[in-house]
Write a protein that binds this ligand. Structure first.
Ligand code: PEP
Ligand code: MN
Length: 339
């Protein structure tokens, strides 16, 4: 349930409500909006006579959230959330659209610096690149691990671009968080609840990708796992789902953008690279994502896609990426956004 405080409620009154909820075994989460403060309370309602909360000074009303996800829901927080990726870069709430671009995998120092330089020059705001790679085959390239993280940190130093990279294992959260600005939870790990809880204990921005066989509600439940541990900096990512269609690697579910926007206050990013699996479909779907209301894009870009160690067929060449950026600016302007 949520306890909506009156606009005039004082800090002391908010504190009293929180204290009372805690005494009855409830977990509490505060959301301070422009107009009102809302206290999310998660626990066993049979342990508490609700009237005793309603009577406390400063309380406006108690609302029961019927959705299984609570902190993630629009009912809990009406205003769009702005997630701070770094001190100077944020995403959400109609702010600048954030373009995250770079190779699928960090393959080597030289290759990464080349890619980072190219995406920076074309106007990307974040560098992407996997050091720990979730591959379908155990015999495929698994990523450079910590060495790859070091190259990402070096690329950030050289270009000034913040870095998003995947963390696959609870045992590596601390290590990856040491190097990355934003932690990516890959599609295959969307329902790895221990991993979600672990990144929920950090204060890093999290990019949570939708599993290829997961519903939007399941994605929101996974975000709830992260938020319930205290980390509110969650960005959701639509990256395509499995359908009967075989013409593309996945079916990019752009419905997810307006649906998530309605159900949740969290920012939404779209990844048309994994969503289509083919580079020449990527620009159209990237433009469509912005038109649909996405707050950002994740795009795979490789200096020489034909030499890529993973996902070369869906990676844009730097020049294609640069011309796409120009088109994205036009679509962004048409929907009242900036790139
Ligand atoms: C990736 O971003 O390279 C990746 C593996 O994505 P996904 O988890 O969406 O398949
Ligand atoms: Mn990839």
């Amino acid at each position: 349930m949520i306890i909506i405080m009156k606009p005039s409620a004082t800090e002391v009154q908010i504190g009293q409500v929180v204290e009372k909820l805690k005494q009855h075994g409830f977990g509490t989460h505060l959301s301070r909006g422009v107009e009102r403060t809302v206290i999310g309370a998660i626990g066993d309602k049979t342990m508490l006579e609700l009237d005793t909360i309603q009577m406390l000074p400063g309380v406006s009303e108690i609302v029961h959230i019927r959705k299984p996800y609570k902190l993630v829901s629009r009912e809990f927080k009406q205003e769009d959330t702005v997630v701070q990726i770094t001190k100077s870069l944020s995403i959400g709430a109609g702010q600048k659209i954030v373009i995250m671009a770079g190779p699928c995998s960090v393959e080597g120092k030289k290759e990464l610096l080349e890619a980072a330089d190219a995406v920076k020059r074309a106007g990307a705001a974040v560098l992407r690149g996997g050091a720990f790679k979730p591959r379908t085959s155990p015999y495929s390239f698994q990523g450079l691990g910590e060495e790859g993280l070091k190259y990402l940190a070096l690329a950030r130093k050289k270009t000034g671009l913040p870095v998003v990279t995947e963390v696959m294992d609870t045992r590596e959260v601390e290590l990856v968080a040491k190097y990355a600005d934003m932690l990516q939870i890959g599609a295959r790990n969307m329902a790895n609840f221990n991993l979600l809880k672990e990144v929920g204990k950090t204060n890093k921005a999290i990019l949570l990708k939708r599993g290829p066989g997961s519903t939007i509600q399941e994605l929101l439940m996974s975000a709830e796992y992260i938020m319930s541990e205290g980390n509110k900096n969650v960005v959701l990512c639509e990256r395509g789902i499995k359908t009967f269609e075989t013409a593309t690697r996945n079916t990019l579910d752009l419905n997810a953008v307006p649906v998530i926007k309605k159900l949740s206050h969290l920012p939404v990013v779209v990844d048309p690279s994994h969503g289509t699996g083919e580079w020449d479909y990527v620009p159209a779907m990237a433009l469509a994502s912005i038109a649909a209301g996405a707050d950002g894009l994740m795009l795979e870009v490789h200096p020489r896609p034909e030499e890529a160690m993973s996902d070369g067929s869906q990676s844009l060449k730097p020049e294609t990426f640069a011309s796409l950026m120009k088109e994205l600016k036009r679509v962004a302007a048409a929907v009242g956004r900036k790139l």
